[in-house]
Design a protein around this ligand. Sequence first.
Ligand code: MAN
Ligand code: CA
Length: 216
Amino acid sequence: MLSYSSYMLTAVAALLVSCHALRKFPEVPRLAGIFGLPGRDGLRGQSPLPGLTGPSGNGGLPCVQGLRNSLDTELYNILVNLGKRLSRLEGVLALNGEITEVGEKIFASNGKEADFASALESCEKAGGTLATPMNEEENNAILSIVKQYKRYAYLGIKGGDTSGQFRYIDGTPLNYTKWHKYEPNGKGTEKCVEMYNDGSWNDKKCNLYRLTICEF
Ligand code: MAN
Ligand code: CA
């Protein structure tokens, strides 16, 4: 069993090591480098958080607390800079007509036509899923891509075994629809859904070639 004094020694040593390691913030410049951010040097001169004491080097509690606050400030600044860089990239992609943003969703097409399964696979491989309009605004955003490429597109909606029962790919019921007049009319034989160039929907067979539009 450790004696009281050796326990204290271990605790003080741990604090000293923490302060020493934290003082240099080895991870912050590395992370900053990965994200192409200014890192520590670029953050100099900014006012620290209230209560930030900074490294005292004496291994005491204020040192650990101060360093923790300082690290929080650095990480906060990295996240803010990361957000700014992402938003600039989104600006470039939107300017070039490569993405369409609606709320939290981003819609994009690779310009290729594929059957439903292949289109869905492409979207999932890219980290997204097939474009799935859940309100008029999203439907219009997808429609703008359909018009851009002048091609009908498959949507992220599937018919179940029961005729006329359409659901989102994850199986949840539809909360918004934009069926064309007299659609859906396949009575269970057309299990996929395409968007026409007026934004309305038609139930359709799944093995045709339609524009791939994904959402992220
Ligand atoms: C074709 C298919 C159907 C669609 C009708 C509309 O038969 O595209 O899915 O409902 O046209 O006339
Ligand atoms: Ca139909």
